[in-house]
Design a protein around this ligand. Sequence first.
Ligand code: F6R
Length: 269
Amino acid sequence: MEVIIFRDAASVADKGAELVEEMLRAKPDAVFGFATGTTPIELYRRLIERYRSGSLSFQRTRSFNLDEYLGLDASSPNSYRSFMDREFFDHVDIRKENTHVPGCGSGENPGQVGPRYESLIREAGGIDLQVLGIGHNGHVGFNEPSSSLRSRTRVKTLTRKTLEDNSRLFKSGEFQPRLAITMGIATIMDARRILLLATGEHKADAVARAVEGPVTAMCPASILQMHEFTTVLLDEAAAARLKHREYYDLAHGENEALKDRFGAFYART
Ligand code: F6R
C-alpha cells in the first residue's frame, strides 16, 4: 500500500486525475470502477477539464460503479446513476451504454442483480482501476462493518451512521433508502489497481484504522492492506492520525524517483 499525503484536497484530486490519465495512456480501453459521494467530485471535475483540453478520452473505456440505492428509480436525482451522469458521464466522451451501476428495477429480484453484475465485470475483463472513498465507519462501497471480507456484489443494509452521513443529500421528508446493492469486498479486491481518496479531518480515524489498524471486517477498508497495488491519496487532515507518516513521505519520494527513471509502474507490467 502506497500512502501519499498532500497539502490539501485540491492536490489529492490533481494526483488522482494524474493517475487516471496514466492508466488511460497505458490502456486506452481500461475498465474503471467508480465511486460516488463527496470525495471524488473534485477528481471528476479534474478529469472533465483534462478531457475538454484534449489530454484524455474515455471513448474506449467501460465503467462499473461501486453501488446503488435499492428502491430508488435510476431517474431519481438521488440515485447514484443520476449522480454519475450529472457529475461525470454527461461531461466526457464515455459511451453511456458502457457505464454500469448495480441498479435494480422495480419488480426485479434484487438477489439476482449481484451475480449478474459480477458476470458483467468478468466479461469486461475485470477492473483495471478502482476509485474508492471511505466512510466514517471504514466502509468501502456500502460494505458496512461486519461485511464478509470475501463478499461479492449483493444487497446490504446501511448502518444508522451511514444513513445519517448521507441524509444531507436528501430533502426533508424525502424517501431515503435503507438498503443498497454494493460490489462486495472480494469484488473490490479483484481490481488490478485501487486508488482510495480521503480528505478532511472527519476521515482521519477511519483512515488510521484502514491503513495502520488490524485487518478486520469491522473496518472493511483495512482489507486493502492485502491488495497488491493500492494507492491511498490523503490530505493533511485525513492523514492526521497516522503514526508512520515519516515513512510514507520517504517512500513516496523514492517511488517518484523510480517513476521518473523507469516510467509509470503499470506501463511496465
Ligand atoms: C460511494 C461509496 C461510499 C463512499 C463513502 C464516502 O459510492 O461507495 O463508500 O465512498 O461513503 O463518502 P463521501 O465521499 O461522501 O464522504
